[in-house]
Design a protein around this ligand. Structure first.
Ligand code: CAA
Length: 387
């Protein structure tokens, strides 16, 4: 049975910070951010655009195309996030309500740093394989938050990707064989008492690259890499330079023509991420959307590799085959319009939004920072309940 991504959409808040402005404010050379980190802008979420709102907004983008029968066949909703809104109730239940999904289904939240989206996708694919005729909705949604003046400040961002997983998918059929490894590392984490993540920046880059090398070697030994047949290789992109470093490790081990092809496609895959920043669980999948929408040369039948990394750490290298008619399921015009319509913030505006983007009084707090482009938003906290 062919199972994979049948629909894919993303949402991101309608405000952003230009990283040249951030460089000037922090006394850094703009080229450090533009070239050294490889990012141009980062999305800045207001309090009303938390992961529930962004996740529902991403899924809403695909729901116009779903008929009632298809909606009723969704048997599983997974929200993958490391920016959850509750320690107990799954954010998937809020999303389930906002999207009007059927009650006869499972709705859960999962977590393993930036790997969570891939965990969700693979679990969803297994679910569909085990329950023929059903579909699964996977939402990866995050707010990357390191803090004002923090080392990772330039690698912040926010947004969500929603993927409908189904039999005979229209976009990408997932191969069942992949390589995956888990080991406990302390490279990046966010304890319950902290609103901001802690990262051992250089160490986290090292673990990412080590685990990519281990995955690649194992995939090679299993005959899964077959580089001559691999038309693109996508990476988890906390910032584009990180993925570029991963790709560069292959420069000396694969033929030049293959490397050049993978590099050209990598460039297409980072275009949207450079505009919105790190989406943690959703970054790899935003890269997939970017590649498919911005590359004109891929065609049905092409094989794509995807490297997923989540600090802590789990790393998986997996593969998919592009399906006939995949371009008809994309939304390049809509996504370009979404990015173009965003409002550029001054540094003062960014800093004040950043400082105000935590719930301070769950007993009674009106939230009036609405994103006019967003259908779903958090508008009020009352009695510690969300509205
Ligand atoms: N022109 C061009 N390049 C310049 C430059 C200039 N004027 N000035 C500096 N650079 C280059 C540096 O040479 C360096 O390049 P290399 O990485 O190729 O060596 C790059 O810019 C970054 O500069 P620094 O080495 O000074 O790095 P930094 O101290 O600013 O830290 C960081 C960078 C570690 C990424 C930091 O932003 C950070 O901690 N980010 C959060 C952690 C993270 O994203 N880790 C990634 C792996 S973990 C993961 O993937 C999970 C996840 O999503 C978090």
């Amino acid at each position: 049975m062919k199972v994979g991504i049948d629909r894919i959409e993303f949402s991101t808040p309608n405000r952003y910070l230009d990283l040249v402005d951030l460089a000037h404010a922090r006394g850094a050379d703009p080229n450090k951010y533009l070239i050294g980190i490889g990012q141009r802008k980062m999305a800045v979420p207001t309090l009303s655009q938390d992961i529930v709102a962004m996740g529902a907004n991403a899924a809403e983008g695909m729901f116009g195309g779903l008929d009632d029968k298809e909606k009723a066949s969704i048997g599983l909703l997974i929200v993958a996030t490391e920016s959850g809104v509750d320690q107990s109730k799954a954010s998937a239940l809020f999303v389930h309500d906002l999207l009007g999904l059927p009650s006869s289904m499972r709705a859960i939240e999962i977590k393993e740093a930036c790997y969570g989206g891939t965990a969700g996708l693979q679990l969803a694919a297994d679910f569909v394989r085990a329950h023929p005729g059903t579909k699964a909705l996977v939402i990866a949604a995050d707010i990357a938050r390191y803090g004002l003046n923090a080392g990772g400040e330039v690698t912040q961002g926010a947004g969500a990707v929603a993927m409908l997983v189904a039999e005979n998918p229209h976009i990408l059929a997932l191969e069942e064989r992949s390589v995956v490894r888990s080991r406990s590392t302390d490279d990046f984490w966010r304890p319950n008492y902290s609103a901001e993540a802690f990262a051992k920046g250089k160490y986290s880059e090292q673990v990412y690259l080590e685990m990519f090398a281990e995955d690649w070697r194992e995939a090679e030994s299993l005959g899964l890499t077959q580089v001559s047949g691999l038309q693109a290789l996508l990476f988890h992109i906390p910032f584009s330079k990180m993925g570029r470093k991963g790709l560069r490790t292959l420069e000396s081990v694969i033929p030049v023509s293959d490397y050049e092809r993978l590099t050209a496609r990598f460039e297409k895959g980072i275009m949207y991420g450079q505009e919105v920043g790190n989406l943690y669980t959703a970054s790899l999948y935003l890269s997939l959307i970017s590649l498919l929408e911005r590359d004109e040369s891929l065609c049905a039948g092409d094989r794509i590799g995807l490297f997923s990394y989540g600090s802590g750490s789990v790393a998986e290298l997996f593969f998919g085959i592009l399906q006939t008619g995949y371009r008809d399921r994309l939304n390049r015009t809509g996504h370009e319009a979404l990015l173009a319509a965003r409002q550029r913030l001054s540094i003062d505006e960014y800093e004040s939004i950043f400082s105000a983007s935590l719930v301070t009084d769950g007993s009674q707090q009106d939230i009036e920072d609405g994103d006019p482009a967003a259908l779903h938003a958090l508008i009020r906290m009352e009695g510690h309940e969300r509205f």
